[in-house]
Design a protein around this ligand. Structure first.
Ligand SMILES: C[S@@+](CC[C@H](N)C(=O)[O-])C[C@H]1O[C@@H](n2cnc3c(N)ncnc32)[C@H](O)[C@@H]1O
Length: 514
């Protein structure tokens, strides 16, 4: 494609969509979620906002919404085993603890005992009161993604992971292999029979403990979101699995937001491809044309076309310790460019060149910076530790159970130290939640209810009673901070807040008249 045509496609993808098109899209999202909300322009130059069509009482659930794309932070993977699709905790209480302790340099616990916990040979008292879905491996055989069910594995495969998997391709006729049960050997298939049947016909085998811990070991990359010197572009001749691993390694070591960008691009590619296949199979008996490719790409891109965007390297607030703004923005752009090169190595599709353009890539990441919500899921290890603590008032365990739980788990909890309470941490992009504007005196907040909200869905609760017709706002920042700190924290979102609280704060210092 000529450079001029490529530029005009990229511009078209980044242009704000027609209000009627955006409205139709959001009406569909709202209808699918079944929530009494609407999206419309605000009256105070904040752009679009979310409004409620009915009153809510304090603490009522306003929105529960699954992510369009999301990822657990790389550095958190040693702390929590979660489904790569829905972010539910998986395995067992024992596996959660063993996984964490085996990821530590020297936990001071016999590794054979930890392996026993992992394999189910050793158990913790009353752990059956904390049932978790069994761990299901990726359909493609990689150890990077793991799931809570074959349903999640299949949905993730169909929506993006089939293009991002570093495992061998699925063997449709391979039966599930028999697993041996040596202490360091493969994990027994613990799935229910229907789940096992689901896996027959794919290579849905359980990974070996060795494979699994090796994969997790590789993910103990330092730091999140830290800029690293530009890396060399991967050699072009590498195979797909190697190229995927190079991309993942770069994202884990620099900024996990690149994983979300890869999921988004793979998802758009797969949807566009399905649209084109529909054209080819529509009885017209013709090859899809470049115009068909372009039309399919625009349609597949729609969920992201409607979201507000900015170039990542332009919208990032410059850190206080950055010596030179231009250099800083240049290094962020270079980091994105390196990541995109690694992605193109295994994902590039010549039918959709605009999807692999650096300006589009930077805008996708900028969109995440402006819109994403931090994701948190509580760990059952924390609840177990609280209930097992001798002093705690516990009604879930009887006194003997509590004593035994305390006795057996104490060395493990001591070895875990403060990290015993670590849950799943990540970042997700949500279609409806991303339309919520900020207020320093918000009427809702993102809050997971203990024991109720156990996956990566966005949970938005009313902080106080809300009247029908009010705009639903959350705080993007720690709202207990004073005015000047709040405003500087909002620099990353590229606006100055003038909510009623900010106006009152300014009025109290005499900076504005009310
Ligand atoms: C997550 S989006 C919210 C939805 C957005 N208004 C839209 O039209 O799609 C975040 C962006 O909305 C705008 N925004 C959110 N809260 C605002 C506020 N209190 N004042 C001004 N602009 C705001 C900023 O442009 C911000 O980068």
């Amino acid at each position: 494609m000529a450079e001029k045509d490529l530029r005009s496609q990229v511009e078209a993808l980044l242009r704000p969509v027609e209000p009627a098109v955006a409205q139709a899209y959001f009406e569909q999202v709202i209808q699918d979620l079944g929530v009494p909300l609407s999206i419309r322009e605000t009256s105070d130059s904040k752009g679009r906002g979310v409004f409620c069509n009915k009153a809510f009482e304090a603490d009522a659930l306003v929105i529960k919404e699954p992510p369009l794309v999301g990822a657990q932070h790389a550095a958190n993977k040693a702390d929590a085993l979660v489904c790569s699709r829905c972010f539910t905790m998986i395995g067992s209480l024992e596996q959660q603890m063993a996984h964490r302790l085996l990821s530590m340099e020297s936990p001071g616990i016999n590794p054979d005992y930890l392996r026993g916990l992992w394999l189910g040979a050793a158990t913790l008292p009353c752990s059956d009161k904390f049932p978790l879905p069994k761990l299901v491996t990726c359909l493609g055989g990689c150890t990077y993604n793991i799931y809570c069910s074959s349903a999640c594995a299949k949905v993730d495969w169909a929506s993006c992971h089939s293009l991002l998997c570093s495992g061998p391709p699925p063997q449709p006729d391979d039966p599930v292999k028999e697993q041996s049960s040596s202490s360091d050997g493969p994990i027994k298939d613990q799935s229910s029979s229907s789940e096992a049947a689901d896996h027959a016909g794919t290579s849905g085998h359980r990974m070996s403990f060795g494979d699994f811990s090796h994969a997790r070991e590789a993910q103990k990359a330092p730091g999140l979101a830290s800029l690293v010197p530009a890396m060399k572009i991967a050699p072009p001749a590498m195979g797909k699995a190697e190229a995927v691993r190079a991309f993942n390694g770069h994202a884990d070591g620099t900024n996990d937001i690149f994983h979300l960008a890869a999921q988004l691009i793979a998802g758009v590619l797969l949807r566009a491809d399905r649209i084109i296949q529909g054209i080819s199979a529509s009885g017209e008996a013709r090859e899809a044309s470049p115009q068909d490719h372009w039309a399919a790409l625009q349609e597949a891109w729609r969920p992201f076309a409607v979201a507000c965007k900015a170039l990542w390297w332009d919208c990032m607030a410059v850190p206080a310790d950055a010596a030179d703004e231009e250099n800083f923005r240049g290094s962020v752009r270079q980091l994105a460019s390196d990541s995109l090169e690694l992605l193109r190595e295994f994902l590039y599709d010549e039918r959709f060149p605009a999807l692999f353009d650096l300006e589009l890539y930077g805008s996708i990441i900028g969109m995440f910076e402006l819109n994403n919500l931090s994701m948190h899921v509580d760990s059952p290890v924390e609840t177990y530790a609280i209930l097992a603590t001798k002093e705690s008032l516990c009604c879930a365990f009887d006194p003997t159970e509590q004593y035994m739980a305390w006795l057996v788990s104490k060395p493990l909890l001591d070895a875990l130290g403060d990290s015993y309470a670590a849950g799943c941490e990540g970042s997700c992009f949500y279609a409806l939640q991303s339309c919520m504007n900020h207020s320093c005196d918000p009427n809702t907040h993102a809050y997971k209810r203990a024991g109720v909200d156990t996956d990566g869905s966005a949970i938005i609760l009313a902080k106080r009673a809300i009247e029908a017709g009010e705009e639903i706002c959350i705080s993007y920042i720690e709202e207990s901070e004073p005015h000047h700190v709040r405003q500087s924290m909002l620099e990353d979102y590229a606006f100055t807040c003038s909510c009623s609280r900010c106006r009152a704060d300014l009025a109290s210092t005499g900076k504005i008249k009310v």
